[in-house]
Design a protein around this ligand. Structure first.
Ligand SMILES: Cc1cc2nc3c(=O)[nH]c(=O)nc-3n(C[C@H](O)[C@H](O)[C@H](O)COP(=O)(O)OP(=O)(O)OC[C@H]3O[C@@H](n4cnc5c(N)ncnc54)[C@H](O)[C@@H]3O)c2cc1C
Length: 290
């Protein structure tokens, strides 16, 4: 472990100032389940932790039919999947946040940290992409928003500039006749990094799919929004043929690496399997299943 100074930020402006003053070796500390491991293993040079968990905008979940869902970026997973509105209206966030690590990790780990760690395999990211999530960012130049699918720029890299951090994550209210599902494949039953994760959202107009989003993780340098896969199911009833076309488009978009968890061939195969399963799961939820 390297010697790291710890400061508790009292407000959004305070955190921006601390991050700016700290320069390249200052890091936001949310749950610490990624960044403390990285500091201990000296994978990053860190001299200052700016703890953002005591800023009121960073913790909590709020929902309104008009405004949608806002989650403070440092809100721990257990608080997200325990929220009644999230359970009822955004079960896809429950899918992902309830399997990140185990119970102890979920007591600390946040979706903001999952996003900002920007691992290609981050489990929360494809779920947030299909739900049309945006990151509300504060920094020295003021506030800005970035769509989740545009946030990660490479393994461990993202759009945040010096002094910037994510204050909250926002999701529009779910449309009528819509449903979404997130799933992953891991070699063990729990506590493993995804070999593939995937999410789909579908909206129906009668029996036809009127709108779709499909996102993949762990199969490219960043999580992917795959527009070609969504296009394969839009405008028609969901059928074995349209699902197979979406799965084929998703396999084509995936550019996985081989590592100790899986080969390129296996990952490509799993992309097809999980595109299909999440599409079917999204359709079931659109029909009222939880
Ligand atoms: C045993 C174990 C099991 C795990 N299992 C999983 C798993 O199944 N799936 C999975 O996806 N991950 C897993 N992880 C990784 C980790 O728990 C998650 O990525 C978690 O969501 C990180 O959230 P955090 O709040 O702890 O982030 P932190 O560790 O506090 O931060 C992570 C990174 O993001 C930055 N950051 C955090 N919040 C912000 C913010 N608001 N604005 C700007 N930058 C910020 C930090 O500076 C740091 O670089 C596991 C980790 C452990 C130790």
């Amino acid at each position: 472990m390297q010697a790291v100074k710890y400061v508790r930020a009292a407000s959004v402006q305070d955190a921006v100032r601390l991050l700016q003053d700290g320069g390249a070796t200052a890091r936001v500390l949310a749950g610490g389940t990624d960044v403390i491991v990285q500091a201990r293993e000296r994978r990053r040079e860190i001299r200052l932790f700016v703890d953002v968990k005591h800023i009121k905008e960073l913790i909590g979940v709020s929902y309104s039919a008009r405004g949608g869902l806002t989650i403070g970026a440092a809100t721990p997973c257990y608080q997200i999947y325990g929220d009644a509105n999230v359970r009822q209206r955004y079960p896809t966030l429950v899918d992902a946040s309830s399997v990140i690590g185990g119970t102890a990790i979920q007591g600390r780990a946040s979706l903001g940290g999952n996003l900002c760690n920007s691992s290609p395999a981050g489990d929360g990211i494809p779920a947030m992409i299909v739900l049309e999530g945006v990151a509300n960012i504060a920094g020295p130049g003021g506030e800005r928003t970035v769509a989740i699918e545009q946030f990660c720029t490479g393994p461990g890299r993202n759009v945040l500039a010096a002094g910037e951090f994510v204050v909250s994550l926002h999701f529009p209210a779910p449309a009528a006749h819509s449903g979404a599902r997130w799933m992953r494949f891991i070699p063990r039953n729990e506590m493993d990094i995804a070999v593939v994760n995937a999410a789909s959202q579908l909206r129906f107009d009668g029996n036809r799919v009127s709108w779709a989003r499909i996102a993949l993780g762990a199969v490219a340098p960043t999580p992917l929004l795959v527009a070609e896969a969504a296009a394969a199911v839009v405008g028609k009833p969901l059928s074995d043929e349209t699902i197979a076309a979406a799965a084929a488009a998703a396999r084509s978009a995936a550019t996985p690496i081989a590592d100790m968890r899986g080969s390129i061939k296996q990952r490509k195969h799993l992309v097809g399997v999980f595109t299909e399963r999440t599409l079917r799961g999204a359709a079931e939820r659109a029909q009222g299943a939880q």
